[in-house]
Design a protein around this ligand. Structure first.
Ligand SMILES: Cc1cc2nc3c(=O)[nH]c(=O)nc-3n(C[C@H](O)[C@H](O)[C@H](O)COP(=O)(O)OP(=O)(O)OC[C@H]3O[C@@H](n4cnc5c(N)ncnc54)[C@H](O)[C@@H]3O)c2cc1C
Ligand code: SF4
Length: 452
């Protein structure tokens, strides 16, 4: 076994598994201990420093920390279904019981004369603004929407995330003297570059929902919608009802939000239909569970073949029934079972089969290189693009992921921007600031509260 290199501070950073697994390295044991002591405001602020949106994430985080939780390993020996500590939901406990934390927000330092533009007001850009504004930066955020939050506001349904929580946590950042240019879509990177910003952060997300070009799609277009566009219309109140019988295509989180929203908007027969098996679906286990609890069946191993319509009126969809076949290397292929095609009746279809990045506003000759998948060519640790003044983060950097990853990118990009505008090498990164004292459980904590 390789001896532990205790001279590497990164080693100590990894000691607490859940904290290491959280992309923003939230000090999980520290804040859970604070909650146990009834110090909810302190617990909230410990979270806020790392993950910026504790109230939002306490309701919606994808929770990469929880599979890493050691409690799960302890329980493996005791229970059929080992459960980790409810790290995510405890964040919500702290957020809901914290009281007023405004006085704890950082003071804003004197202006340092540096101007930074952020494109998009999602969690990635807001994190950049949160990290830089207190240092005296003049941060301007542009977004085509009226309010800040990005997909947090436009995609995640209100029954999972109340708007008041989004307003509160985006408000803490915008109140730091950040200029929010709402309703202003950036149409040209070249013109933004010409506005003299010292650095530009692109946090415009992955805004395009994938379509399915199948027979009947065009004819039945009035009854078929792209899931993320439909969810945005629901969020903004443009859609207030849903057809009686709805098929949701796809097995990710968007599909789960579509089916559960359709149910709430009056659909009586909602089915989720997925190409893959149940276990391979991309949706989080708890989202699948919630959909099933709401009486929404999930049909697996059904590959869509055609939209069936009568003179443009959708009547259903045809599917090839498949099974998974694995080769010697574990590579999966979906092979038709040979059964007759399945026909599922419906009045409307929501397509939730993935998102794509799109940068139509970045001119091809401004010096920002893109790879063959249409993603920006970036330095993996600094998030700097091939145009040194421009940084990317969140879904715009490496494709659709989740809020906490966008936050983590935002922190890294903010560090890079701070170094870049001060003519320092962006590749030299500050050492991790893990404080093991905060995660250590002292003997007194056991003895003091022990009645025996
Ligand atoms: C249906 C759905 C449900 C989800 N649920 C969850 C969940 O429960 N938990 C989770 O962790 N993640 C979830 N996600 C993913 C999460 O929302 C995203 O990963 C995250 O919001 C990405 O953050 P971002 O800052 O990169 O961009 P976004 O949040 O996408 O924000 C980008 C912003 O940029 C703006 N913009 C785009 N182009 C321009 C332009 N040219 N000029 C100005 N503004 C522009 C857009 O209007 C948008 O407001 C979900 C995604 C979807 C689609
Ligand atoms: S932000 Fe998400 S990943 Fe990080 S500790 Fe909290 S629940 Fe876990």
């Amino acid at each position: 076994m390789k001896p532990t290199d205790t001279a590497d501070p990164g080693y100590f950073h990894k000691v607490v598994d859940c904290q290491w697994a959280c992309p923003a390295h939230t000090p999980v044991p520290e804040y859970i201990r604070l909650i146990a002591q009834g110090r909810n405001a302190d617990a909230y602020m410990v979270n806020w420093v790392s993950n910026v949106f504790p109230g939002v994430l306490g309701r919606t985080c994808d929770r990469p920390c929880e599979p890493a939780c050691r409690r799960g390993r302890v329980e493996e020996n005791n229970r059929a279904q080992p459960e980790p500590v409810a790290i995510c939901r405890l964040k919500r406990v702290a957020a809901d019981h914290k009281g007023d934390v405004r006085s704890r927000m950082p003071a804003i330092g004197p202006k340092n004369g540096k101007r930074v533009a952020c494109v998009g007001a999602g969690p990635a850009s807001l994190t950049v603004a949160r990290d830089l504004a207190p240092l005296g930066y003049e941060v301007t955020i542009f977004d085509g929407e009226a309010k800040a939050g990005g997909f947090i506001r436009s995609q995640i349904p209100r029954f999972r995330l109340p708007e008041a929580v989004i307003d509160e946590e985006t408000g803490y950042i915008l109140d730091m003297g950040v200029e929010f240019r709402s309703g202003q879509r950036v149409q040209s990177m070249r013109s933004l570059l010409n506005q003299g910003y010292d650095a530009i952060f692109v946090g415009c997300g992955a805004p395009r929902g994938r379509d399915l070009d199948l027979p009947g799609r065009r004819e039945a277009a009035d009854h078929v919608q792209i899931g993320i566009d439909w969810l945005a219309s629901v969020s903004f109140g443009h859609i207030t009802s849903s057809a009686k019988r709805v098929i949701v295509l796809g097995g990710g989180n968007t599909a789960m939000d579509c089916c559960r929203s359709a149910r709430r908007l009056g659909s009586t027969d909602v089915k989720v239909i997925v190409r893959s098996g149940f276990a391979e679906m991309k949706a989080s286990p708890w989202e699948k569970e919630d959909a099933l609890h709401e009486g929404i069946p999930i049909l697996n191993f059904h590959v869509p073949k055609a939209f069936v319509h009568e003179n443009g009126k959708l009547t259903g969809m045809r599917f090839d029934v498949v099974e998974a076949v694995y080769d010697g290397h574990g590579k999966r292929t979906l092979v038709s079972t040979g059964e007759p095609e399945a026909f599922v009746e419906c009045d409307a279809v929501l397509i939730a089969v993935g998102q794509e990045n799109a940068f139509p506003w970045i001119e091809s000759d401004v010096g920002i290189a893109f790879d063959k998948w249409g993603l920006p060519v970036l330095d993996g640790s600094t998030f700097q693009s091939t145009l040194e003044r421009v940084f990317f983060g969140g879904d715009a950097a490496y494709g659709p992921k989740n809020i906490i990853t966008a936050v983590a990118h935002g922190h890294e990009a903010a560090v890079s921007i701070d170094r870049f505008v001060h003519a320092q090498d962006v590749r030299v990164r500050p050492a991790p600031t893990t404080n093991l004292m905060s995660t250590k459980m002292g003997i007194h904590e056991w003895t003091y509260h022990n009645d025996v």
